[in-house]
Structures are given as C-alpha cells and as structure tokens.
Design a protein around this ligand. Sequence first.
Ligand SMILES: *[C@@H]1O[C@H](CO)[C@@H](O)[C@H](O)[C@H]1NC(C)=O
Ligand SMILES: *[C@@H]1O[C@H](CO)[C@@H](O)[C@H](O)[C@H]1NC(C)=O
Ligand SMILES: *[C@@H]1O[C@H](CO)[C@@H](O)[C@H](O)[C@H]1NC(C)=O
Length: 889
Amino acid sequence: MASTWWPCLVLALLFSEAASGFSRSPLRLLGKRSLPGGAADGIEVYSTKISCKVTSRFAHNVVTTKAVNNADKAKEVSFDVELPKTAFITNFTLTIDGVTYPGNVKEKEVAKKQYEKAVSQGKTAGLVKASGRKLEKFTVSVNVAAGSNVTFELTYEELLKRHQGKYEMFLKVQPKQLIKHFEIEAHIFEPQGISTLDAEASFITNDLLGSALTKSFSGKKGHVSFKPSLDQQRSCPTCSDSLLNGDFTITYDVNRESPANVQVVNGYFVHFFAPQGLPVVPKNVVFVIDVSGSMAGRKIQQTRDALLKILDDVKETDYLNFILFSGGVTTWKDQLVQATPENLQEARTFVKNIRDDGMTNLNDGLLRGIHMLNKAREENLVPERSTSIVIMLTDGDANTGESRPERIQENVRNAIKGKFPLYNLGFGNNLNFNFLETLGLENHGFARRIYEDSDADLQLQGFYDEVANPLLTDVEMEYPQNAILDLTQNSYQHFYDGSEIVVAGRLADENINSFKADVKGQGAFNDLTFTEEVDVKEMEEALKEQDYIFGNYLERLWAYLTIEQLLEKRKNAQGEEKENLTAQALDLSLKYHFVTPLTSMVVTKPEDNEDQTAIADKPGEEVRSVTPSRAYLVGYQPPQNPYYYVDGDPHFIIQVPEKNDVLCFNIDEDPGTVLRLIQDPVTGLTVNGQIIGDKRDSTAANSRKTFFGKLGITNTQMDFRMEVTTEKITLWNGDEPTTFSWLDTATVTQDGISVTINRKKNMVISFGDGVTFVVVLHQVWKKLPGHYDFLGFYVVDSHRMSAQTHGLLGQFFHPFDFKVSDIHPGSDPTKPDATMVVKNHRLTVTRGSQKDYRKDASVGMKVACWFVHNNGEGLIDGIHTDYIVPNLF
Ligand SMILES: *[C@@H]1O[C@H](CO)[C@@H](O)[C@H](O)[C@H]1NC(C)=O
Ligand SMILES: *[C@@H]1O[C@H](CO)[C@@H](O)[C@H](O)[C@H]1NC(C)=O
Ligand SMILES: *[C@@H]1O[C@H](CO)[C@@H](O)[C@H](O)[C@H]1NC(C)=O
C-alpha cells in the first residue's frame, strides 16, 4: 500500500523591502528577510481565501491572496503556500492590475530550459521546495508598482487517504499580518453520507475567535467556515499583529453501513472499499532493529520507548520476535513466539536492555528476520490463518557484511519471494532513503521516514498502529471482464483497519446499465467475498447533484491515482519499462494539468507566449536529506522592452522601466490638428499624427471624442515616407508611391526597412534592428452613428533612437525620474490620487488604467498608470500646443 501522508497546507506571506527583483537568484530568495506586520512597508494584503471542495475524497483547493502596494515605489511581494507533498499543483495565475498571467504545465526538461534562460537573463524567481515532514513550499515573488494590485491564485488537488478511521485536511495558517478579508471555506460532498466532521485550530484559544468558526454536516454535505474579523485576528485588543499562526485541521469520515461504495460517472468509475467490524487476522511480526553505534543516545532511547508502547498493543494471538543488528546479529528468541503475557513481560525486559554497538550489518539482520518468518510458516509454528510482516528500523547505510544496495535488494527479494510485506523505517537524515524505499516497494511494503525529533517514539508507534490490525489478506478487486480499461492497482496484500482501498478505471462501454464489483479476501476465520452492484443510470441521476461542487471529479481522481501509481512503479523500474512508465505518467500529467516530478508549471506572459519566465515543479524525495536542495522556481518579470504608445481618445501611455511603473496623459485638440509624436534628428525619423473627431460634433471639449485617423512616418536618411490612414497604407521610396489596403496581408522589405501588414488588424514597421513601431487598426461598427475607425501607434523598440529624440512620445525614450507620494482617496472612490514630482514640477495625479491593444484590437489588456491631468502639463516638456505641426510630412 502506498504510504499515507496527511494533506497539509501552510499559508504564509512574506514581504521584502527589495524594491526591484531584477537580478535575484533563487538562492538569495531563500534567505530573504520577512517583515512581521508587513503592512508597515506599504504592502497591504487585503484578502486571503482558502477554498476547499472535496467530492468523494478528491480535494480541489484554491488559495487566493490579494495585495495592493500603497508605497510610493515599486515593492516586491511574495506569496508562500505550503501544500501537502501528496498533492499536485494544477494551476497558478498571477493577476497584476487586471492583467492575468496564466500557468501552463510543460514537460520538465522543456520548462527547465526556459527557466534557465530566464535566470541567465536575471529574472525574478520563486521556488517550490520540500518543507518539513509533509509539506512542500511554494513561493513566488513579484515586483509590484506603486498603487498597483496583485492577485495570486494557486490550485492544487489530491485524493485524501483514509488513515486511522478518518480523512484529514491539515491546513497550517500563518498570514503574518492582519487581513481585512480572511477566510477558510470547505465544502465536502460524500455520496455515502458524512458520519463525523470536525474542525479545529491550534490558535483558537478564546471564545471570541471560536465564534468565527462554523462547522456543520447533514446527509451527504459538510461545510466548514472560518472567517475571523480584523479584531478577532489581533493577538490582543490593542495589538497589530496576528494570532493566526498554527494548524487548522478538518477531519471527517463517511457512513460505513456498506463495506464498499461504487460510483460510475461519465465513463469512469471508482470503488472505495473499507469493511468494518471484521475480526483481526493474527500476525507474525519480526522487528529488525539497527543498534549500530550511530543509534547511540536519544535515538536508541526513543526506539526502546516506542517498542515498549508497541508491546502494550500486541494481541495475544500475535507472534513476534526481535532481531538486533550492528556488526553482527543477535535475536531475542531463536524463533517466533506467541505474545502470551509471560512472553511479553520477558520481551519488555529484553527491550529495556537494548544497547548500541558497532557497525551496520543490515543485510544479515534483514535476512535473519525473513528466514525466521519463512521457517515459522514451513514448520507450522504460527497459525495457518495468520499474516507475516517485517518491520525494519535503521538510521544509516549498511557498512559491513554485504553493503552493496543492489545485492541487498536481490537477497531480500529472493528471500521474501513476494510472500509478505517489508516496511522500512528510516530514522533521521543520515541514510539512503531511496534505497529503503526501493527495498520496501519491491517487497509489497513501503518506507517511512522517522524524523529525528522529540516525538520520534510517537512516530514509530503511529506507524505500528497503521499496520497493527489487518482485517483481510490477499485482497483482489474484480470487475466484469472486458468492461474495464486502464484499471489502477486492484490487488493488495492487506486491508488494514482504519484505511481504505481505492480502485478506479474507465468503462469500455459508457452505456452499460449495471456495474458489478467483487472483492475477495481472506479473513481471520474464512474467505470472504463482497459484491457491490450498481444501476448506472440511477447512480448518474443521484450523483448529478454533486456536479455543483466539482464536475469531472471522477476522471481527475482516476488520473491522479494512475499517475501516483505509475510514478511509484517507476521508482523500481529499469530500461524500457521505466521509459514506458515515464511516458505514460508524463502524458497524463500534461493532459490533466498536474505538476508532478515529470512536469513543471510555466507562467506565461499573455502578450508573449514565447518568453516564459516562471516555473513551479515538484521536488522529489532527496537521496540523503530531507532538507531542501532540489528547489524550484516560480518567477515573473514585467515585459522586457519598455513601451510607449498612443491609442484611443488619444491616450498617451509611457512605461518607465527604471521605476517599473507607467504614466499616462491625454491630449485634447481639434480635429484636423497634426501632433508631433517622435522626432529624432540623428536617425532622421519623424512620426506625426493627425486627429479626427467624432461626428456628434459637440463643442464641449470634455465630452468630445477624438482619435488619431492618419499617421505620417518619415525617414529622411533613407528617403522613405509612409502615410497610414484607416483605409490604406501608402509608401514612398523617393517619389514612387506604392499603396496597400488594410484588406491586404503583405510584407515589404527594402534597405533595412520592413513593413508587414496583417489584414484588418495591425502593421509592424521596423527600421533595421532597434526601431520597431506597430500601428493598430480599430474598426468600429459602421452603422454606429458618429464613430470613426481610428489608429493606435505603439513604439515597441526604440533602443537605436538617439538621446536627442523629442516629440510627445519621443521625449520619454531616455531615462527620467519621478516620485509618487501621498497616495490618498480622490474624487472618484475607485481611483486614488497622489502627488507626483517630475521634471521639477509638483503635480496631482490619479491612478487609472488604459488599454494595450497590440494583441487584440477589440479586447485590449489593462495597463495601470498614473494619469497626469491637463494635457500632460508638467510632465511633457513645454505645453502641448508646442507639439502642433502644420502637416503630416
Ligand atoms: C487556471 O486559473 C485561471 C484563473 O482562475 C483560469 O482562468 C484558468 O482556466 C485555469 N486553468 C486551468 C487549466 O484550469
Ligand atoms: C485594487 O483592487 C481593489 C479591489 O479589487 C480596487 O478597489 C482598487 O481600485 C484596485 N486598485 C488599482 C490601482 O487597480
Ligand atoms: C511499453 O508500452 C506498450 C504499450 O503502451 C507495451 O505494448 C509494451 O509492452 C511496453 N513495454 C514494456 C517494456 O513494458
């Protein structure tokens, strides 16, 4: 059986003072300082929501955090979530001022190359790393401009496994500042009906906070909500720090009137099996304990304590023995003995006297234990209806006797021959955990890490409790032949009390009417068969109501389980088989958007699909250490080339890369007026634009709509001229005109100039390498009265233009400085005002947003900016009428 780790989640937000994250390496990010009560530095996290939807044990969790930068300069915001190691991230998006940067799952190698490229270009990176016993930490940092908003949304999914009689969601909460809207909400839907549901938080110590928590369940539905107000979050009535810091745990179980539950929906099925009330099958347990020198001190003390507690739980029908290995092997008894009270008393004395000593001869220790179990069976020393288990505990690698891992594996395989499971407990970090894992998996068991900590004895005992009560052995789940495809693992050596076996698959024929599932197993006294038959139509009808929670949960549950099992099998596979398993797991991960050890999440800039900068992927178990070293990455970087453009009613948009911020202003002039946008005496480039007005012919300037209807682009050095209107494009090389219509798709290249017309959309004009403009055509529905088609003009590359460039856009191509302070509510409650100092002027500016239509002329992407009033007065050199010129050329 797969190991059963519990779903956990820690949410923490850290803030860094760093104003710019442009040259940050992932490792530096790790050492980043966090500011408690981060609001003080201007970043306000105003909302955090953890939303969990569980349908038939399949959990879909979304963590959303929203923050605003109230500081007067760009700040870095970090988003940290710790999620269960057993979960797969399925989505991550960043939204900055309304622009969403979506995540895509890619094959790891492909993604890594993109990441390495991004890092070599010095881009911000975040990471996902192993964190603690059950968690992985997901971190992302972004640079957020003054006054801007950012929303992080992380989604992950997992199948909750039943452990000691319940499903558990263990959320660890750590917001580090007071949050206006903080909420945890869980909706649970279980077709079998919910039998118990509880939620508690380690930090809820007073009644006040308790009132923020509600939990309820009825029939198939359960609900938990935790919504503390700002005041309830305070660690004391006058404090400004948060007392939300600790574990939030939701546990539940379902009705067990029937031993099994089968669900069939949309061509997939799942079969949950957990019979109750069966007598426990007697077990024959051999404990193989490492007592080498490295166990000295606390470890051997905790091992003794744990074994003593375990002895209290051993049943009289069980048989047991202890094998100790160091340089050599010693045993408590020569053969297994029954757990009679007298024998248990003797065993306690033996355990109390366990001492550490010498080297680590793991091979001989294990083989002695296995042979003892085999012999007990052959000689009928143990009951016929009993089951055997080997539990090995070690804290280091074999270093005497046979110490080659492959040879030990081979020896153990040949000795056990699949007859019983081997469970390996790895104590501490100083061992080859992969080896223990392989050894366990090859022999129907698994490996579990015991963390070197004050509760190590409880961890050991907890593991024993999981396997202490086998109710069935040799469990086979059977389905109608030829009716099922892509079945997940359907045979298990044991069913342990408190757990659950889950099998999923696809139906060969979606239109079947009934579905039959049999479970066969050997109980303590007889062989048992459990049959479950369902009417598919009736079931689909009954399950329709859960669509409201999570539509395709069954298909995703199947995919999750299949990938998990393929990855597990892959750990022990070689050569072609391994390639096969890898290919299958990769295919499914990509298809179902799961971040697994084979894939990565790449966060894409919407305007540029080729240049992906952010990556999240899943760390694996380390060979030597649980502390993170294979750590990865999420990052984000604003667009590379600064952009300057004018579009709409003419709105001028100026990006200031040095400040990672954007300025904007409007120019209001009469139709017919020609404005100078760019003039560079060195390259000889000039761009002028003519204003057209709307036909409503209003004389009130503030309600009049005006646009650019004509552009003139000249390069005197190249003897090149171009006129762009909303109907046609005319190029002159010398005196010869060439005319194109906006209905054409064409590219013209000549003497380093390149003009590409994209029919009815836009055109791209490049003057060699280093100067590129885009003209966007806006076509308005012809029948709409009083509207013109119009043009947008975008400078996407200006780095070859000289420092003497001027004009309404051109003057901003060289670095300049400004400072925004005193952000305060303005006359429009949704748009704050602020004071801006620029070019020795003190201006009142307003936070607004404009649209960038380069990608799509009808939709546009929002760009947040500081709006300078009065035709850009104070920001532009001189006044706007200085830029009026007599004609286009
Ligand atoms: C990822 O999340 C975003 C934002 O919620 C959503 O628009 C998008 O569809 C999601 N992608 C997938 C593959 O679920
Ligand atoms: C930030 O988001 C909040 C809430 O959605 C909104 O009220 C505010 O106007 C936003 N600020 C900016 C600059 O977009
Ligand atoms: C690899 O997979 C294919 C089907 O996907 C199967 O036919 C083939 O036998 C597999 N090879 C190995 C070595 O498992």
